[in-house]
Design a protein around this ligand. Structure first.
Ligand code: PLP
Length: 430
């Protein structure tokens, strides 16, 4: 594939932007390549500036469950566009959006719109602290909740420990209030609560982890989260920025039957435009300004274009709930074929998925937490990624990411993907 125009753009970009990008993973560093620059997308496909076509499994990292430029979403945006792009004032579409999310997600009685997943989780943490009057929060190693200071922290050595910042610029003092637990580790969670229970404001968790690759929650882990937070008076925060309206119409909490106190959203609820939201029990959400003492605001929050795109997306999903079944079938089709091909080629892979969110781990152990995810062969992933890209299959440029199937992926797309996977595995075997 010739990507000379992309390469030239990347050189220009690096001169004026950190790493040439506006979000680190886009720089393709972990697969040791230059990124293609994308010119357009339609349905399940994207085209780069050199005219190369790809079947897209990144889907803007999750928002595009209906694929690129879905007519229902484009029409909704166009209609709003004619009426203006932002007023910084109350609008009807915000009310409709809030009502729709509250209808679909029973734990959400009140919701506040923001502009990104990061803002949503950051605000939910502030609310948990403001509501409980406590400072500590628990997060899980390998879970990503955006880049706010309290949350940009992972585990040290797997012992119960105070967090250490992942980034320069995060004060150590801030990190000390973030307790790190292993995902799916009930015993460790109990231990943390026994030691610090009365100081813990909330536990934030990806109910299906997607940011160490896809990692499924064990049912006893989800139950322990609910029971322990309840017992110690801490809030349970489900970060459904990725899973919300992706794994089911009622999100991960509907799928697993666990009711959190607060939920954060992003991605799909913006239909591809910048958005985030947090919501939950009325009694807690009334602490948010102007009803209550926890301040949070935003010039573009509830932006009419984002609301229009998100509302069109959620309405389409609500009106066609069979979509989730179809997505799950497509995922199973890919998974079954990928597993067979890898086996034929003697390559160890483990595939984790919940419906249309999925990761192929180059790993010989089951991936159940961050530690096991880190055992993956990132060199093999990089080689696989390159082979797939060369054949026009655009997968996430990192082992520790999730890929997504949209309603627009046809079985023809899936068959092409399987064919590419076969060639990639044959190349890797050599
Ligand atoms: N929470 C989860 C689970 C995410 O996957 C992400 C982003 O990938 C975020 C929060 C942060 O969202 P944003 O990138 O919109 O700030």
């Amino acid at each position: 594939m010739n990507r000379s125009i992309s390469h030239a753009l990347f050189e220009r970009a690096k001169k004026v932007m950190p790493g040439g990008v506006n979000s680190p993973v886009r720089a393709f560093k972990s697969v040791g390549m230059n990124p293609p620059f994308i010119a357009r997308g339609y349905g399940s496909h994207i085209w780069d500036v050199d005219g190369n076509e790809y079947i897209d499994y990144v889907n803007s990292w999750g928002p595009l469950i209906l694929g690129h430029a879905h007519p229902a979403v484009v029409d909704a945006i166009k209609r709003q566009l004619e009426l203006g792009t932002s007023y910084g004032a109350a609008t009807e579409i915000e009310v409709k959006m809030a009502e729709l999310v509250c209808e679909l997600v029973s734990s959400v009685e009140i919701i506040r719109m923001v502009n990104s997943g990061t803002e949503a989780t950051m605000s939910a943490i502030r609310l948990a602290r403001g509501y409980t009057g406590r400072n500590k929060i628990v997060k899980f190693a390998g879970c990503y909740h955006g880049h706010s200071d309290s949350l940009l922290i992972r585990a040290g050595s797997g012992a119960t420990t105070f967090g250490v910042p992942d980034s320069k610029g995060v004060p150590g003092d801030m990190a000390k209030d973030t307790l790190i637990c292993k995902y799916n580790d009930v015993a460790m969670l109990k231990d943390i609560f026994e030691k610090y229970g009365s100081e813990i404001a909330g536990v934030i968790v990806e109910p299906v982890a997607g940011n160490m690759g896809t990692v499924l929650p064990h049912m006893d882990f989800l139950r322990a989260l609910r029971d322990l937070t309840g017992k110690y008076g801490a809030l349970l925060i489900f970060d459904e920025v990725m899973t919300g309206f992706r794994v089911s119409l009622n999100c991960a909490q509907g799928l697993y039957g666990i009711k959190p106190d607060l939920t954060t959203f992003g991605k799909i609820i913006g239909g591809g435009l910048p958005v985030g939201a947090y919501g939950g029990r009325e009694e807690i959400m009334r602490y948010i300004s102007p009803d209550g003492p926890v301040y949070q605001a935003g010039t573009l929050s509830g932006n009419p274009l984002a609301m229009a795109a998100g509302y069109a997306t959620l309405t389409l999903l609500k009106d066609n709930p069979e979509i989730y079944h179809e997505l799950a079938n497509k995922a199973e089709y890919l998974k079954k074929n990928f597993c067979e091909i890898a086996k034929e080629n003697d390559i160890d892979i483990k595939i984790n998925n919940v419906g249309s969110m999925m990761t192929v781990f180059f790993n010989d152990v089951d991936v159940v937490d961050y530690e096991t995810a880190l055992k993956s062969r990132t060199d093999m992933y990089a080689a696989y990624f390159k082979e797939m890209l060369e054949q026009g299959i655009y997968m996430p440029p990192s082992q520790f990411e999730t890929f997504f199937i949209s309603t627009e992926h046809s079985y023809e797309d899936l068959d092409k993907t399987i064919e590419a996977f076969k060639l990639a595995m044959e190349t890797l075997r050599r």
